[in-house]
Design a protein around this ligand. Structure first.
Ligand SMILES: *Cc1c(COP(=O)(O)O)cnc(C)c1O
Length: 418
């Protein structure tokens, strides 16, 4: 035993015996700095504005709030050190079983899962390959096939591995695009266009022995999507942990084939010479991800849909009497597939534009963020919008906040009536 370990054991035993291991007892000895055992409000201390999230699971608005059971699991996990490798492995095994797939890994979000999944396809069966990424990949397969309509900002998560993206449009181009360098295909699950559907995409790739990744980051509910795409034949699928599942924002799920999940783990921390070394998920967030999946599986699609419609209708009811105002409830087809409240009015009668309304709410008290489609010529994925449309994302509101949003919208809109 090392000297350090001996000493730690000694002090640990001594402290435990003395009953001094209570954090409050230890911290309480420092009288110059008062300690809030139940946690100080560091947002207040730092002067960070707390917002009401009437937008949705957007990264810039910190995505979601973890449900109380998940927050409690995170707090509990913070109390004990564990072996990171064992935690990663056992969390993955638990998730794979719950989500009906061969293997699972908790990544640092969906973008991280896309990087680790790409690295897995490049290095599967070659334990020495991870250290070659991203700059020495000429000896590895390094081409990823993607439909032109599926190109997006997250392509960069694949490029982090040193791959080249090969773009295709027609089924014929797709067939011809496979070479001995093809390592993976990527399918953007919520893409609004693209000539090739999921089944054909998988069938052709598998004919060439190439694995298919599906980025379904924002695509729950329905809950069953958590296994629909792996069961359809996608070799790797990702979901963001902090979006609809309401886990930690810096966590995500990489699900799929056992050999690929194993290879993804080689490319991840705690190993140093890997693309995933800087994508660490701390023990608290690994546990938070697992607890969030448990929470999400305890919900029902019908229950969530009904609750979000109730909120949308409560807000709409609060806007009665605003002249020319109409509303509808809109459910986007794939990503963010939950009821949103869409509000329109005649700008000749209500003389503030949706963008101006959004700004007043953003800078008001309490600060409210509306969906970023508000007042935009075209909405974010799957949402209708034009310059005269307000979009309220209701699903990330905390209990009671729908009434605050209704009150503030009513105040601001009624003031603008000519
Ligand atoms: C949000 C999103 C991501 C990134 O998810 P993170 O968990 O924030 O990394 C990736 N792909 C798509 C399609 C997304 O919507």
């Amino acid at each position: 035993m090392t000297n350090f370990a001996t000493r730690r054991r000694f002090f640990g035993n001594a402290l435990a015996t003395a009953g001094l291991l209570e954090a409050s007892a230890l911290a309480g000895t420092d009288t110059a700095h008062p300690v809030h055992a139940d946690g100080e409000d560091y947002y207040d201390k730092l002067g960070v504005t707390k917002i009401i999230n009437a937008a949705g699971t957007y990264t810039m608005f910190t995505a979601s709030i973890m449900p109380p059971s998940v927050q409690a699991a995170v707090a509990k996990a913070a109390k004990h050190p564990v072996r990171l490798g064992e935690l990663q492995k056992k969390a993955g095994e638990y998730l794979a079983k719950k989500l009906k797939c061969e293997g699972a890994l908790v990544s640092a979000g969906a973008a991280s899962a896309l990087t680790l999944g790409t690295a897995a396809c490049m290095t599967v069966g070659n334990r020495k390959a991870p250290e070659l990424l991203p700059t020495e990949v000429s000896g590895l397969k390094n081409e990823v096939i993607v439909q032109k309509a599926h190109r997006y900002g997250y392509d960069h998560a694949m490029k982090n591995c040193g791959v080249r993206i090969v773009e295709v449009e027609t089924p014929e181009e797709y067939e011809r695009a496979f070479t001995e360098r093809t390592v993976m295909t990527n399918f953007f699950n919520a893409a609004e266009q693209g000539q090739i559907g999921r089944e054909d995409w998988i069938r052709v790739a598998h004919k060439h022995g190439v694995p298919c990744f599906n980025d379904a980051a924002a695509d729950v509910p329905p809950i069953s999507n958590l296994w629909n795409y792996t069961q359809m034949g996608f070799d790797l699928v990702t979901f963001s942990g902090g979006k609809g599942i309401r886990g930690p924002q810096n966590a995500g799920l990489l699900l799929g084939r056992k050999d690929l999940i194993e290879a993804a783990a080689w490319n991840n921390n705690p190993f140093d010479e890997t693309v995933g070394r800087g994508m660490k998920v701390a023990k608290e967030q690994i546990i938070g991800m697992v607890a969030a999946v448990d929470w999400f599986l305890s919900q029902t699609d019908e229950g969530m849909d009904a609750e979000f419609r109730r909120r949308a209708n409560r807000i709409a009811a609060g806007l009665k009497g605003i002249p020319t105002l109409t509303h509808e409830i809109h459910v986007p087809p794939v990503a963010n597939h939950i009821p949103h409240l869409v509000i329109r009015y005649d700008p000749a009668r209500v003389k503030k534009s949706p963008l101006e309304i959004a700004e007043i709410l953003r800078t008001g008290s309490p600060a409210i963020e509306l969906n970023p489609s508000t007042g935009r010529k075209s909405g974010t994925t799957g949402l209708p919008s034009d310059e005269n449309t307000i979009v309220v994302g209701v699903w990330m509101l905390e209990p009671g906040e729908d009434l605050i949003v209704a009150r503030r919208l009513h105040e601001v809109l009624s003031k603008a009536v000519a």
